[in-house]
Design a protein around this ligand. Structure first.
Ligand SMILES: Nc1ncnc2c1ncn2[C@@H]1O[C@H](COP(=O)(O)OP(=O)(O)O)[C@@H](O)[C@H]1O
Ligand SMILES: [Mg+2]
Length: 355
């Protein structure tokens, strides 16, 4: 489900090689209706059918729509991007807050609500400095100021736009950055981008050129943690190499695939499609398992002979970090609360026995 960019169509094509049916849904024709009849999603005026998997993406303008759609389908459909992630991922401030929470390194960033407050900060910072619109993309919302005078005049221009903005420490990288594509818990492709000429922004759309790189384990971990922090299983992460190590400047939940594919020669769309397929399978099997275990319980598996060992296939129910066993285990084992038991556990196995 997308705005129909080349990258989205590449992904849909790749998905057709794995899934039985794939529809490329145009986000512009999707409508959300809320009210007494509940939450419903309409596509071309008709109720959107159920899918096993929905990979939804779009731009920040579509964040509320994307959030509504994913909320509506969340329980029964596998989706690599969580509803809240659309709001977080399309806003650099919210992204930085999430990164801060999960202790992912980033450049020092300031948020203020008035131009006067901003000017006070700008009197104290070291130059150059970066000013950024939280919802900009392709380098278009990023401004570079090498003095207080330059920054101050930019602020006056920003004031007329009545837009929120960020002030960020400038990291000297000679106009280069790293773009890593995270899929699941792996970086599947990465490139180093170098800005054209005097340009400071390394975006391919701003004329940057990419070359393939292999990231070290630490940088890979930071990229994967970034994706996790914002709740995305698929995203691009932009990283600057600082003297103190990698610093994340952006997570992009709707990344362009053409540049990275051409640069690294890695079929990124194909890797995404295969990942989506595997996860979808896992998601629907989990649902089936829950249903099966419910069926067993409903049937009362305890029907077998009294002392016979019985087996239940189920997924585990966790209360916070603790495992809660199904009620039927109490019926079968006849353990009572006063009784001492021996718990033996190792990776992948646990047993419980009367002491
Ligand atoms: N704090 C910074 N220091 C140095 N360069 C930066 C900084 N922030 C952004 N840039 C440059 O500007 C580019 C675009 O910034 P980014 O935050 O990724 O926004 P966008 O969404 O527009 O890509 C980056 O790829 C990088 O080259
Ligand atoms: Mg970027």
């Amino acid at each position: 489900m997308s705005l129909g960019s080349k990258s989205s169509l590449m992904t849909a094509e790749a998905m057709k090689k794995c899934f039985d049916t794939v529809d490329a849904i145009d986000l512009k024709n999707v409508e959300v209706s809320l009210g007494s009849k509940g939450l419903s999603i309409l596509y071309d005026g008709k109720s959107l059918q159920k899918y096993d998997c929905i990979y939804a993406k779009g731009s920040f303008r579509y964040a509320p729509l994307l959030m509504s759609i994913t909320t509506a389908f969340y329980n029964n459909t596998y989706m690599p991007i969580k509803p809240n992630t659309f709001t977080i991922g399309h806003d650099k401030l919210l992204t930085h807050l999430a990164l801060q929470y999960y202790k992912v390194p980033m450049p020092n960033t300031y948020v203020v609500s008035t131009i006067d407050a901003a000017k006070k900060i700008l009197e104290q910072v070291k130059y150059p400095i970066i000013l950024k619109f939280p919802q900009g993309t392709q380098g278009k919302g990023v401004m570079f100021a090498d003095s207080f005078a330059a920054a101050s005049s930019m602020l006056d221009a920003i004031e007329t736009l009545k837009q929120p903005f960020l002030i960020q420490e400038y990291i000297e990288t000679e106009g280069s950055d790293i773009r890593a594509i995270v899929v699941g818990d792996k970086v599947i492709a990465a490139m180093k981008r170098k800005a054209a000429g005097e340009e400071k922004r390394a975006n391919i759309h701003a004329g940057g050129k990419g070359e393939p790189i292999v990231l070290d384990a630490h940088t890979r971990k930071i990229a994967v943690n970034t994706a996790r922090s914002i709740g995305a299983e698929i995203c691009a992460v932009d990283i600057l190499e600082t003297a103190k190590g990698p610093a994340v400047i952006e997570a992009n939940i709707s990344p362009g695939l053409q540049g990275i594919t051409a640069t690294t020669k890695i079929d990124v769309a194909d890797k995404i499609a295969k990942y989506l397929y595997e996860k979808t399978k896992e998601f629907s099997e989990k649902g089936k398992k829950t249903e099966t275990s419910k069926m067993f319980t409903d049937l009362g598996v305890g029907a077998a002979g009294k002392d016979e060992e019985q087996q239940i296939v189920t997924n585990l129910d966790f209360r916070s970090e603790r495992i809660l066993l199904p009620k039927i285990i109490s019926n079968i084992t006849k353990f009572d609360e006063e009784e001492d038991v021996v718990i033996k556990a190792r990776k992948g196995k646990v047993s419980l026995e009367k002491y």
